[in-house]
Design a protein around this ligand. Sequence first.
Ligand code: FAD
Length: 306
Amino acid sequence: MVYDLIIIGGGPAGLSAAIYAVRYGLNTLVLEKGFVIGQISTTGEVENYPGFISINGIDLMEKFSEHAKAAGVVVESRDVLGVRSESDLKIISTDVGDLETFTLIIATGANPKKLGVPGEEEFRGKGVSYCATCDGPFFKGRNVIVVGGGESAIEDALILSDLAASVCVVHRRDELRASKMLQDRAFAKPNIEFSWNTELEEIIGDSIVREVVLRNTESGETWTSPIDGVFIYVGVEPNTEFIDVDKNDYGFIVTNEKMATSEAGIFAAGDCRTSILRQVITAASDGVIAAFEAYEYVSAMKHKAE
Ligand code: FAD
């Protein structure tokens, strides 16, 4: 059997695409490899998805799944290992055999890289965060550190400086990698300070984060600092290694505004693609645009064959 559309990834982008695709009448299948589905299931309260003043991340993902099921979306538990094109068909290799489809939407998301320090996993969602847009408001009037010196770290330090009482950027080098414009804005903020040549060694707390252990990379000196929140920016890894389309230097899939990739009939949506903001709402939005374009693609293909 040849599907009209296969969607790889059953997170917010994939399920939003699927709900629209089945409503366009496309014979659609979603492939999801995870037991825990979607990054949003790894967080606590979500307070910025319209329609829900506050909802637990797992509950929000469950609502997406319920909606998709009610719309008639079929999800199979499979890990996608590779994709190849054979004339008009895309062949999807999975851990349990190959599948064939006319169009494909890649919605495999991305994951924040971990620092790997003691306490990071234990206090994730209890003071440790990877996203100021998501969690900044929980730290209103509090003291936070931002770990990293790149573009995302400084962008989020600026967001946090409008909410938190103080922001300390902890960076293991003596200069930032972020653009000059962002650096100038950060240096001008009275409540952002910088701890140069410093590494985060440990995060300590009880039910929430209480303090961090920092180390000077030159002198080796370590010290403890009381803190309410730790925001970590040491990179983001997109789940795109299995697909051979144009990507940027960091592995994010390059698309146009129609979510089309460099390969005809292959679309990408959500956190796995080049994007200026990675949120549930932007992933859902990408997904429905990709579904519409997949519908147009399949319709044109079938029309040509008639
Ligand atoms: P994902 O949610 O990552 O879903 C991708 C899915 O694809 C996953 O289920 C994965 O298992 C599956 N997959 C990957 N590779 C394969 C493969 N090879 N085969 C089959 N399946 C595969 N956003 C907000 O709007 N508000 C918040 O408060 C918020 N808080 C966050 C807190 C944390 C800790 C994190 C990490 C993110 C947060 N985000 C938040 C961001 C939000 O979770 C993401 O933007 C959103 O989940 C992206 O959706 P997606 O569908 O593109 O990708």
